[in-house]
Write a protein that binds this ligand. Structure first.
Ligand SMILES: [Zn+2]
Length: 296
């Protein structure tokens, strides 16, 4: 799937999709609580039983001659706490098939350092974790890195393999939470799910898009910003971040068009816009143009 935002293009490359009851991810999202939102959540984001498809994917952002990979999924490694379950080994092939072999990536950005956002930063070669993207600068929010480097734990248990080798070998830049990656792409702070979490804002030729990271895991959180994910680091801060992002990116009272929101874990089509009116808040899914097939 590919979207165009002014002069920027964004391509989604999927690693894993897992079906699960939404309440397993957002404890408040019981089938009864979802009922008032069913009309706009179905069919893309929940089914009639309140289950969803949790998608783990990367977004490749092309801006001003730079190819930027936002989040790097689980990786070819055991998933922490998942009893031997591993990520797939062919994700670099999928990136290449989408037009982005590993040596074309100029910048890798991680919205935060949980295992499903940093996995392909490195891969195991001859017993050592080495950079998967040999030409890339890796960008991490400084306060996110300092927090987890001091105490690898929970969802960030594997920073020692996925992030530390890049910092230690000088391939990483520890940056502020409003860091500008290009003139069109920058981080925006959305702390709460983790201590230094950032989202990624794209602004080009009068159009805007927001890559959420895990500021939200599911579109229902735009209507119910208090519904946190069980593993949020600071649930109140996470809810505040969602309210602030909603105010900034929903359709404006002045007729400002709503931002294209690209959800880092949203089921396909993974994109849409936040709309608020007399009927309340909802998220309107937007189906992108298909990626043209490559010629022979
Ligand atoms: Zn995640």
């Amino acid at each position: 799937m590919r979207w165009t935002i002014g002069d920027v293009t964004v391509t989604k490359v999927v690693e894993l999709v897992q079906a699960l009851p939404l309440a397993g991810l957002l404890p408040d999202a019981t089938p009864e609580a979802l009922e008032p939102h069913a009309s706009w959540l179905q069919p893309h984001f929940v089914d009639a039983e309140g289950s969803t498809s949790l998608s783990i994917h990367s977004f490749v952002v092309e801006s001003q001659g730079r190819t930027i990979l936002v989040d790097t999924c689980v990786g070819d490694r055991a998933i922490p706490g998942m009893d031997g379950l591993r990520g797939p080994s062919d994700f670099p092939d999928r990136l290449a098939a989408a037009g982005f072999p590993v040596d074309t990536i100029d910048v890798v950005c991680c919205t935060h350092l949980h295992f499903d956002h940093v996995g392909w930063n490195t891969r195991l070669r001859d017993g050592r974790w080495v950079p998967t993207f040999p030409r890339a600068r890796y960008l991490f929010c400084r306060q996110e890195y300092e927090h987890w480097a001091a105490e690898p734990s929970g969802y960030a248990l594997n920073v020692g393999d996925t992030v530390a080798p890049l910092v230690d070998s000088g391939l990483a830049d520890l940056v502020d939470p409003d860091h500008a990656v290009t003139g069109e792409v920058r981080f925006v702070p959305s702390h709460g799910h983790s201590p230094g979490h950032v989202s990624v804002l794209i602004e080009s030729a009068g159009e805007r898009a927001l890559i959420t990271g895990d500021a939200t895991h599911h579109p229902v959180q735009w209507a119910e910003p208090e519904w946190g994910m069980g593993g949020d680091w600071d649930p109140a801060m996470g809810a505040e971040a969602r309210r602030r992002l909603r105010a900034e990116h929903a359709q404006g009272p002045d007729g400002r068009p709503p931002t294209l929101v690209l959800g880092t874990h949203y089921a396909a089509p993974s994109a849409g816009r936040i709309v608020g009116d007399d009927e309340g808040w909802r998220f309107v899914a937007e189906v992108p143009e298909p990626v043209p097939a490559e010629g022979p």
